[in-house]
Structure formats: C-alpha cells, structure tokens
Ligand binder design. Structure first.
Ligand code: ZN
Ligand code: ZN
Length: 345
C-alpha cells in the first residue's frame, strides 16, 4: 500500500510503498476513514534532526478514525467493520496515570508512543493499533469527519475542562488563534460553560468570522487594541482563562497581559515562544500550564459531544495522493478548519 511518510528532517514527507501490517497478539488493524493533518506534523517535518535512535521513515497521521479491519490473536470486544476513533498517545497501560486513562502522561515516559509521531500513523489505507484500549466506538459518526476529534478536539477539550471551575457566570475566556484547534476550543467552551463570555483573537478576519459562527461572543484582531478591549470588557481584571492555541512570543505576551489574578494561562499551541513567569507577571497566582493531548475518558466525552451535535469540525478532505498538497496549504495557513487525508476514498 502507499503511505505518506516522514523520511528525513527538514525534507517534505513522501508517498512510499509499504507492506500492509498484520496484527499480532492483542493488536488491531484499522482501515482508515480519515487521518488529520496537524500543525505538529509541520513542526516534526521542519525541525532540525534530533539526536538519538533513528525513527524514520515512519507514516504520518496521529489523528485517526476508521473501521476495524482485523483483530489480532486474543484481541476481543470489536468486530470487523465497527467504526472507531483511535486514542493517540500510547502509554505502558500499567502505571498509575495509564490505569486512569491518562496515557498521555504515562509515568514510564520511554514507553509513550504515538502512531504518526515517530512510529507508523494513519496516512495509509491501513493502520496498526497496539491494543483495543485505544479504540472508542464512533456509533453513528462518520470516521472521515470524526478523525479530528482525537487530537484537535481532545486537546482543546482537555485544556478547557481542567479550567472549567473558573468559568462561572460573569467570567471571560479568551481563545488566541482561531484555526482548527481554536474553533474546537470555542465550541467546547460554548458547550461546557454556557455562562462564560468567549472572546476569539486572531490575525485573520476570515478565521474571526468562523469563530463567531462557532459561538464566540466577541472576535478581535490580534494586537494591543484587543488587549485594551478585553481589559475594558472585564473591568480591568482580565480573563479567568486564556488559551493560547498558537504559542509564539507575540501571542504569549498578549496572553500574559490578559490572564487575571487566580486565572489560568494555558499554552496549547506548539510555537516555541515563552512567557516569563515571576513575581511581576503574569497576574498574581495565575497558573501557567502547557498540557499535552488529553485522557481516554475525555475522548469518550468528546465523541458524546459530537454525537449530540454540539461540536463539529470544518473538514476538508484530500485523497492520499494529494497529501503533499494538503501540507503545503496547512503550512501557508490556507486550511480553514482541518485537512483530513482519506486513503480509502
Ligand atoms: Zn496533533
Ligand atoms: Zn504508563
């Protein structure tokens, strides 16, 4: 089969011929419906070579949904043709965090693997998953549409849920960056906290328009004026929650100015900016955190939200042979929601 693979650092990914994997004991082979193209793939492709063991080539695609194709010996609980979404970060399964479904924070970090991030992912007709515990049934959802739930939505959901106690009536949540992740964060904020005022901030007027259509109360162009406006809206106090979906220096600077005393400043975007944290800023007792992905039970909750029609990703489909083009568009900021590769049509 053809697979879209990372071959070498700082080189474009390539379509290459690879064998269809056969599931071993406990493993499951998934026929891919959709595999999302994520900004973090661009970071992997564009970063300088990493020291340590060579992992390339491997198939990209860490945001996957499809249908069960073949169960390995001893694997039970699913049948051929079942639509499923795949939980991405694969831990040891045995440590304290893994046992409560927090495999993204496996305490045997050497054991964390993720298909598409260093080992074979879903940008190919078939994808090998090491255990049924990473599969969540999709019910009536179409895997081609649902794939981004496993990363874009789960990552946003986790970032919102950990701060939900701050978002009562009269509160304000700011989402910086209204691309795929930001659009999800807005919908999730709307779904989980009807009371909070949601402010979207972006450099693109088009994305702000989408943000409004997805539930943002205010949509502001990035910059000092946005900071002034949000300060005015919050009587000078700032926002309870600031989600930076970009994570570069200018957005983090804004985030640092916007988060209020006892608030949360949460860095979701992989931009390699930083924000100084010391006695003088951000606001007193404002917690600054950079979460990674989300938990297995949270992915189940995300699937429920999608089944209830409360969140929906804007998806643009690309057949496998057009994967290089999808990544070019993503690189140039020309994907409005999520580009999803559909290797099986
Ligand atoms: Zn990702
Ligand atoms: Zn573990």
């Amino acid at each position: 089969m053809q697979a879209f693979q990372f071959v070498e650092a700082q080189k474009p990914a390539e379509l290459r011929e690879v064998p269809v994997p056969d599931p071993g004991p406990g493993e499951v082979l998934i026929k891919i419906g959709g595999s999302g193209a994520c900004h973090s793939d661009l970071h992997i492709l564009e970063a300088p070579p990493k020291p340590g063991p060579k992992r390339a080539p491997f198939t990209l695609g860490h945001e996957n949904a499809g249908w069960v194709e073949k169960m390995g010996p001893g694997a039970t609980g699913f049948n051929k043709g079942d639509p499923v979404i795949v939980y991405g970060p694969w831990g040891c399964g045995l440590c304290m965090n893994c046992r409560v479904g927090r495999e993204n924070y496996c305490q045997n970090p050497g054991n964390i693997k993720a298909g598409g991030l260093g080992s074979n992912g879903g940008m190919a007709p078939y994808f090998l998953v090491p255990s049924t515990r990473f599969l969540i049934p999709l019910g009536n959802l179409d895997p081609r549409e649902a794939a981004p739930l496993s990363d874009a939505a789960l990552t946003s959901y986790h970032a919102v849920k950990r701060s939900l106690h701050l978002l009562g009536a009269g509160s304000t949540a700011v989402v910086i960056g209204a691309g795929g992740l930001g659009q999800m964060a807005i919908q999730i904020l709307r779904a989980l906290s009807g009371a909070t005022t949601i402010v979207a901030v972006d450099t693109s007027a088009d994305k702000l328009k989408i943000a409004k259509s997805m539930g943002a109360d205010e949509a502001l162009l990035s910059g000092d004026l946005a900071v002034t406006r949000i300060k005015d809206m919050t009587k000078g106090l700032g926002a309870e929650l600031v989600l930076d979906m970009v994570g570069v220096n200018p957005t983090l600077k804004m985030a640092g100015q916007l988060a209020r005393v006892l608030g949360h400043l949460t860095i979701v975007g992989l931009g390699s900016g930083s924000v100084p944290v010391n006695f003088h800023g951000p606001a007193k007792e404002c917690s600054v955190a950079a979460p990674y992905w989300g938990y297995i039970p949270e992915l189940m909750e995300v699937v429920s939200l999608a089944q209830a029609g409360k969140i929906k990703m804007l998806v643009e489909h690309f057949p496998l042979e057009r994967a290089p083009e999808a990544y070019h568009l993503l690189h140039d900021g020309r994907i409005q929601g999520r580009a999803v590769i559909t290797p099986n049509g």
